[in-house]
Design a protein around this ligand. Structure first.
Ligand SMILES: [Zn+2]
Length: 328
């Protein structure tokens, strides 16, 4: 049986200070940061060695300086991604088969002042881990486990894990029995996730790579307009293909390109809400969807999309002018 079987009511100051510090580092580096969670002989939770980026994968689990290793904290660089991935769950299960002391995993995410912890409430056999892996083989093969916990059967999750959120002072929020705490935390987290996606799109509009892609796509489209009078554009949204038909002008092209990003963002938000749902139940996904709808219907977002479209249009025009320069 693991040394820690219940989620602590309060994370010790030293531990929560380290959590906050690693989230701040992640916001600067864009990398995962992790630290071992350890239990001293006096029965106090403390932190051990740290790791960064790929070091934090199974290859090098950080150790404890004092006490026994009981779990692991790590961060997600994507703002608001305060949900374990399928790979996180697998790693934890595998770890617990070789070290039965390991039962507490905590998570932080860029842009969020809450922490998510869950505790393994029962021993897990190697057969059960194999079964879990087998059930999710497709996801592991396709994404290496980076996919969200929404792909996990919620009843399976709750048979093995008990989750809760902690505030920035390390106080346990009992979100499964306090709907107000749950919806407040989920709304803030959803907002952080949304603004991370906004930032990503703004950066995308400014990148050279996007300009290349836009020019290549438009040159192909131009040819089709000459030959057939119009073109269709396909965009892949989370593996699903969406085709936009009857496009005839450069304006149509840019509008379709933006629509693709807009739809992908909405789908990303829905997926994140489903992750929260697997962990915290339907109330969590409802709070998340409610906030997501508010955000995508906001004046801010509408204005953002207009500006985004203008930025892309300008980027494309610039590239096309460069092309002319070369010809001349
Ligand atoms: Zn993770």
């Amino acid at each position: 049986m693991p040394l820690i079987r219940k989620l602590p009511e309060k994370l010790p100051d030293e531990v929560v200070r380290k959590f906050r510090e690693l989230v701040e580092k992640t916001e600067k580096t864009g990398l995962e940061h992790g630290v071992a969670l350890c239990l001293t002989e006096k029965g106090e939770l403390t932190v051990g060695e740290e790791c960064v980026g790929t070091e934090c994968e199974l290859k090098r689990q950080p150790r404890c300086r004092e006490g026994r290793y009981v779990g692991f904290f790590h961060t997600h660089p994507t703002g608001g991604n305060l949900a374990f991935s399928l790979g996180d769950v697998l790693t934890m299960l595998v770890e617990s088969t070789s070290n039965s002391d390991s039962s507490l995993w905590c998570l932080g995410a860029s842009g969020v002042r809450y922490f998510l912890c869950h505790i393994l409430t029962k021993d897990v056999s190697e057969d059960e881990v194999r079964e879990f892996y087998g059930e999710h083989l497709k996801e592991f093969e396709e994404t290496g486990g980076a996919t969200g916990i929404r792909r996990m059967n919620p009843s399976w999750y709750h048979r093995y894990f008990k989750p809760d959120l902690y505030d920035s002072e390390g106080r346990r929020l009992h979100v499964l029995t306090s709907p107000d705490n749950l919806s407040k935390a989920i709304r803030e987290t959803t907002k952080a996730y949304f603004f991370h996606q906004i930032k990503r799109l703004s950066e995308k509009a400014r990148s050279n790579e996007t300009r290349e892609v836009l020019r290549d796509l438009w040159e192909r489209a131009e040819r089709l307009i000459r030959e057939r009078g119009g073109f269709s554009m396909e965009c892949s949204i989370n593996g699903a293909r969406v085709v936009m038909h009857s496009l005839r002008t450069k304006d149509d092209f840019i509008r379709a390109y933006v629509e693709c990003d807009d739809r992908a963002l909405r789908m990303d938000l829905t997926d994140k809400c489903m992750d929260f749902g697997t962990i915290f139940g339907p109330k969590a996904s409802e709070s998340c969807m409610h906030e997501a709808r508010r955000l995508v219907n906001s004046r801010f977002y509408r204005t953002f999309l207009i500006n985004y479209r203008e930025d892309l249009r300008r980027a494309l025009e610039e590239r096309l002018r460069e092309r002319l320069k070369v010809v001349v």
